[in-house]
Design a protein around this ligand. Structure first.
Ligand SMILES: C[S@@+](CC[C@H](N)C(=O)[O-])C[C@H]1O[C@@H](n2cnc3c(N)ncnc32)[C@H](O)[C@@H]1O
Length: 313
């Protein structure tokens, strides 16, 4: 197989850099910042960045395969004003962009989740619009294009009280993205373009991170450790779900590893917690190198394992 060089420079490892991200530092310039959510193959994003070299562009995508394709596209174009994030748009907007910093946000053909029972997955809810509003500069704009009229109607219902004024129209296909081509190939000739203009500011603060405290126990017996039950739901607000998925123990190094899944309001994390012997005691903390975002849920997971280890006979 022929190896192909693909620079990872445009790919921002958001778990490993300071948050919120210092975008002027990332780009080396203070240019106006635009974001595309769900950029797919990156065709529109790269074209926009070519047309507007005086602006900086950040693509937010939840799937890895499109990010890879977009990295190849950008390697060919040699653009320097594009960066990509592999992350759900909710934590991205909550944690990675300072309020009042974005000039424009685009989303072409967001997943419409047409079934009523899946409506909770639709991206442009009232809460998400309010979050977008808080991250946009005064007069900033959101552009949403959809092939689904019911989705357009649903987004229009979400607007009141979000600080936006909405204006929509029927348009012909012209974005030349994978999904636009797909719908055109299926016979669709008309799409719906919604422009949201920021007319009032709604403050949504950045989600705070915490200092996760390591815990210690005097004794630890890997044989008798009873891990918290699968799917354990912890009381409290907002709710946190912690699930222990695996347990490994290395008797030579006297180190145990617990694989945990922690689900919180805007973020789900999959990582390891280590229980390591340090002479006369054992420490419990997130294992290094897992790229954990320190949250109340991570602390809760550490504490649940601590409680289980402390309760050993
Ligand atoms: C229907 S595709 C459209 C792709 C592209 N914009 C186009 O026109 O070809 C929707 C894209 O949004 C991404 N996506 C869905 N939910 C997302 C989320 N919460 N955050 C970021 N990306 C998301 C999907 O992975 C997918 O690439």
């Amino acid at each position: 197989m022929k190896a192909r060089y693909m620079s990872f420079k445009p790919f921002v490892l958001w778990r490993n850099v300071g948050r919120p991200i210092d975008w002027p530092e990332q780009f080396g310039s203070q240019a106006p910042l635009e974001v595309e959510i769900g950029f797919g193959n990156g065709e529109f994003l790269v074209r926009r960045a070519q047309q507007q070299p005086g602006r900086n562009f950040v693509g937010v995508e939840i799937e890895w395969a499109p990010v890879q394709r977009a990295l190849r596209r950008i390697a060919k174009s040699r653009l320097t004003n594009v960066r990509f994030l592999l992350v759900d748009a909710h934590p991205a907007l909550q944690r990675l962009f300072e309020p009042l910093t974005l000039r424009r946000v685009y989303s072409l053909f967001p997943c419409p989740w047409p079934k009523e029972r899946h409506a909770k997955h639709r991206l442009f809810s009232h809460a998400f619009l309010t979050l977008l509003n808080s991250r946009l500069q005064p007069g900033g704009e959101v552009l949403v294009v959809t092939d689904q009229e019911p989705y357009l109607r649903w987004v229009l219902e979400q607007i009141p009280g979000s600080g936006f004024e909405g204006d929509w129209r029927v348009i012909a296909p012209h974005f030349r993205t994978k999904y636009e081509r797909k719908w055109v190939a299926g016979g669709q000739r008309e799409f719906y373009e919604l422009r949201l203009q920021k007319i009032a500011h709604h403050a949504v603060p950045l989600t705070k991170e915490i200092d996760v405290q390591a815990r210690r126990v005097a004794r630890f017996d890997p044989q008798s450790l009873e891990l918290p039950r699968a799917g354990k739901l912890c009381a409290g607000h907002p709710p946190i779900t912690v699930r222990c998925r695996d347990f490994l123990y290395d008797p030579e190094r006297r180190r145990a590893m617990v694989a945990v899944l922690v689900a919180e309001a805007d973020l789900t994390q999959d990582f390891w917690i280590e229980i390591a012997c340090r002479g006369d005691h054992w420490t419990i903390r997130p294992a290094r190198g897992c790229g954990v975002v320190p949250t109340a849920g991570v602390q809760r997971a550490v504490d649940l394992i601590w409680e289980a280890a402390s309760g050993q006979a």
